[in-house]
Design a protein around this ligand. Structure first.
Ligand SMILES: *Cc1c(COP(=O)(O)O)cnc(C)c1O
Length: 894
């Protein structure tokens, strides 16, 4: 591995004095600190300098200015936008007025907005470097960003200018925005959380970068064919993306395989380990500017591409196999080709481990290089300058890699290095479910990363020594906290390594953070004490999930708060002040109208994607999220079947549709979500939902009392339409399984009512909005172990209601019975691990209860009061909590 100092530098980073160019200028370096600017400036001939200054858009030397931004005219004037738009159409895209279709118009508009954005971005990087404060790096293997353009228009406050300019040029903003493909570099909640956090880091003026992978293929596109999920590749960069700034010059070599030997320094006689002889690939940076709201602060999201090196296998070449020599190089790009499509499930594939190391090695060397430019090898202050957050265990190898850099490459003593490492890292746990906890076989790590395996063993050895000293009597404890799990095939427990290498470990909602302390990590609480474990309840960015997704509601709130500049979007506690309008008829009426408008948009989406017409006057009952047994979409569709059975029963007793509607109000069940391609049970659930929809939607007898739609290819931009258009949304996981959930927050912030279990962040949402404004049901997490035990040993008690549902499925009403058999048998015969039979009747009761309130004044009041009390769930609050309790960093004054 090349030492970090040999790696080329980057725009926006700054040289140490010793690296400064000699007066006879050779333009090979980039970046400046204030003092260096003076020296560098002196070396540029005055005539050249004058030309640069005349045309420069940046104000690099003006670093003391109090008004930081040269407001860019493309963002503030129609003339500026239109001029740049036409220029980009003609010069960047090589098109013209006569062949500028909507896609070209999107590209030209996005590139124009980006022009304004990159100036803020450059200024921000300079400001952060000059300030030389502590920076945080958020390492996440997933960033589920969605679309960038509307978000940029909102955060830069140039939406109106852009809309008007585009209209003058003959385009509708909405159509142009719809041209953008989602950046879907994530599976679900975990990836979307990372996206919300980078938005908040910028908006709250932190120096905070994201580091991830620039997958060429995001999460697959889902189509429903004959009722089955079929996956299609998501080649989202087909037209390239204007939001990416290629940093081809930032290339970091990353090594794999090879062997380790011991080298003795002839001068000192000291020995150290050398990792050598492996294969090398390059990590090349692709940067995405992350604009803050109402601030110039624009952080960076750096995603790595894997590329081949220039080296190639001369032995093969000399043997006449040029083709193969180049061909094996080509493999490099496979590392960042595709996102693993599993949510809450680890498959243990070699390529996945390769991705993980590639990403953390590149990111850490980048971080260390940035540190060294300012502070050389003064590693004692490294933890004062760098905080690294591990989003789940996926980046755990970063702990090992930093220890390796410090000990093997930089020559620090083991203990000195380890003290630095543990002060830098913090780890966020996202699940307690066994199948999602990462473990890697020792032999696989040993082959791919031989030196890292040695370091892991050493870390474990010293850790267990400490444990033994502290608890000399407790033999079992050593085995239970060991990073190495013994067995047929020894495995490395990544979560344990993450805990040992971090100074803080957090869960993502109060219930979940308590659960990890009492279950999977309880022995570590014993070893480290309780203070190492903390909670940061998840949040969502109100810029995207309120202002962007629901402009009408955002505007009403801005009116009610008398806040024409939408300042409340970075101070979401302000929402509390709308609570007093919960009795105001005019407001309630407008509130209902907005919900209706949003339901119309959702109905249109459903019609466009499925052909099914749904009436926005009826109750919209939504469940959109990844399809997973623990999230219990099966329980939802069973309840729909039950409703259908009951409606048919009443009709067969001679009741009219109008009479039936008194018991079963007209309702539309809306589903959406992807199943991991290899998750058979989840795919069965999707198939059942679609088959049930076919039957119910085509049953003329029931009129329009019931509709079922499955919206294909659920993603962020669809969520932005679906969340504002729901009356109720389902968050009905088996208690104790959903760590937090974030779509529960999206729905509630948009005035939707939740039907849910006492799980994840539902608990805190209830505390904030009041238990009279949410429909909770089901067994509690404390009861789950006993219920499972009883289901296993006494047999599952399928309630009568659910048995009727099973009977109808077994009658063949929804197609081939054999296809649905495993789903039913997992409940009725195999212990019902997710407790569907235990919670089913309570679920039905909760539905009845809420349907009595739906459509009344009280319902709208619930909605208003909910929104008024959702301020806590802004991701701005989350990054503030991380900054204060975990990272120890402060915002940069603007
Ligand atoms: C918010 C979001 C999620 C997370 O949903 P949960 O219901 O919290 O699991 C998943 N996918 C997308 C596209 C989202 O926007």
């Amino acid at each position: 591995m090349t030492s970090p100092s040999e790696v080329p530098s980057e725009v926006g980073d700054y040289l140490t004095p010793s690296e400064l160019p000699k007066p006879k200028l050779k333009r090979t370096s980039t970046g400046f600190t204030p003092n260096q600017i003076l020296t560098y400036e002196a070396a540029i001939p005055e005539s050249a300098r004058n030309i640069w200054t005349k045309y420069s858009q940046l104000s690099l030397t003006d670093h003391q200015r109090s008004q930081p931004t040269k407001e860019h005219e493309v963002l503030t004037t129609k003339q500026g936008f239109e001029k740049a738009f036409v220029s980009h159409t003609e010069l960047t895209l090589a098109r013209n007025m006569y062949n500028c279709d909507e896609l070209a118009a999107y590209m030209a508009a996005a590139t124009t907005i980006r022009d304004g954005l990159v100036l803020d971005w450059g200024n921000t990087q300079q400001k952060q470097t000059i300030h030389d404060g502590k920076r945080v790096y958020y390492l996440s293997l997933e960033f589920l960003m969605g679309r960038a353009m509307d978000n940029a228009l909102i955060n830069l406050k140039c939406r109106d200018n852009t809309q008007e300019s585009l209209a003058e040029l003959g385009f509708s903003l909405e159509d142009i925005l719809n041209q953008e493909p989602d950046a879907a570099l994530g599976n679900g909640g975990l990836g979307r959380l990372a996206a919300c956090y980078v938005d908040s880091l910028s908006s709250k003026n932190y120096s905070g970068w994201g580091y991830g992978l620039n997958y060429q293929y995001g999460i697959f596109q889902q189509k429903i064919i004959d009722g089955y999920q079929v996956e299609f590749p998501d080649y989202w960069l087909r037209y390239s993306t204007p939001w990416e700034v290629d940093r081809k010059e930032i290339q970091i070599p990353v090594d794999f395989n090879g062997y380790v030997y011991e080298d003795v320094d002839p001068n000192t006689g000291k020995s150290h380990k050398v990792w050598s002889g492996g294969e090398r690939v390059l990590a090349v940076a692709a940067d995405y500017p992350i604009p803050g709201y109402n601030t110039q602060n624009t952080n960076n999201l750096r995603l790595w591409n894997a590329k081949p090196t220039n080296e190639f296998d001369f032995s093969k070449f000399n043997a006449g196999d040029y083709q193969q020599s180049v061909g094996s190089q080509q493999k490099a790009e496979a590392i960042t080709a595709v996102l693993y499509p599993n949510d809450n499930f680890e498959q243990g594939k070699l390529l996945r481990l390769t991705q993980q190391y590639f990403w953390v090695a590149a990111s850490l060397h980048d971080i260390v290089r940035r540190f060294k430019k300012m502070h050389k090898d003064n590693y004692a202050i490294f933890p004062d300058k760098v905080a690294i957050q591990l989003n789940d265990t996926h980046p755990t190898l970063a702990i090992v890699e930093l220890q390796r850099i410090l000990v093997d490459l930089e020559g620090l003593e083991w203990n000195t290095a380890w003290d630095i490492v543990t002060r830098v890292f913090a780890y966020t746990n996202h699940t307690v479910m066994a199948e999602a906890l990462e473990k890697w076989p020792v032999d696989i790590i040993g082959k791919l990363l031989p030196r890292h395996l040695e370091i892991i063993y050493d870390i474990n050895y010293y850790f267990l020594q400490d444990v033994q000293k502290k608890f000399p009597e407790d033999r079992d404890l050593l085995a239970s906290v060991s990073v190495i799990e013994e067995g047929q095939r020894k495995q490395v427990r990544m979560a344990y390594l993450a805990i040992i290498g971090s100074h803080k470990v957090n869960g993502v909602a109060e219930l979940h953070s308590e659960l990890i302390k009492t279950t999977i990590f309880k022995d570590f609480v014993k070893v480290f004490g309780p203070d190492k474990f903390t909670n940061v309840t998840n949040g969502i960015t109100p810029r995207r999930w309120l202002r962007q997704a629901n402009p009408e509601l955002a505007e009403l709130i801005s009116d009610l708060l008398n806040d024409p500049n939408y300042e409340y979007l970075t101070n979401l506690g302000q929402l509390k002040n709308i609570e007093r309008y919960a009795d105001n008829d005019k407001v309630l009426q407008r509130w209902n109208q907005i919900k209706f408008d949003n339901k119309q948009k959702l109905a249109q989406l459903a019609k466009d994607l499925t052909g099914v017409e749904i009436n926005p006057k009826y109750l919209f009952d939504v469940q959109v999220k990844r399809i997973h047994e623990y999230k219990r979409q099966q329980m939802n569709i069973f309840s729909v079947i039950y409703r259908y059975i009951k409606i048919k029963e009443l009709l067969s007793q001679g009741k009219s549709l109008a009479e039936v509607a008194k018991t079963f109000i007209p309702k539309v069940s809306i589903f959406g979500g992807k199943a991991a391609p290899g998750y058979y049970m989840a795919k069965t659930v999707i198939h059942l939902i679609n088959k049930v929809g076919d039957v119910i939607n085509n049953d003329k007898e029931i009129g329009d009392l019931l509709r079922v739609v499955f919206i294909p290819d659920y993603n962020v931009s669809k969520a932005e339409i679906i969340c504002p258009g729901s009356d109720i949304s389902n968050h009905i996981s088996t208690a104790g399984t959903e760590a937090s959930g974030t779509s529960n927050m999206k729905f509630a912030l948009n005035g939707g009512i939740i039907i849910g279990t006492v799980d994840g962040a539902n608990v805190e949402i209830t505390r904030e909005i009041g238990e009279e404004n949410i429909f909770l049901f089901g067994h509690l997490s404390e009861e789950v172990d006993d219920l499972r035990h009883n289901n296993n040993y006494k047999g599952v008690q399928v309630p009568k209601s659910l048995q009727q549902v099973f009977d109808l499925i077994y009658s063949g009403k929804f197609g081939n019975v054999d296809e649905f058999r495993p789903l039913i048998e997992s409940i009725a015969q195999h212990g019902d691990y997710y407790l569907v039979s235990n919670d089913f009747d309570m679920y039905l009761e909760a539905q009845q209860k809420l349907e009595k309130v739906y459509g009344t004044r009280r319902w709208t009041q619930m909605s208003v009061v909910s929104v008024a009390n959702m301020g806590f769930f802004s991701s701005d609050r989350c990054v503030d909590e991380y900054a204060e309790n975990i990272w120890n960093i402060e915002p940069l004054s603007q």
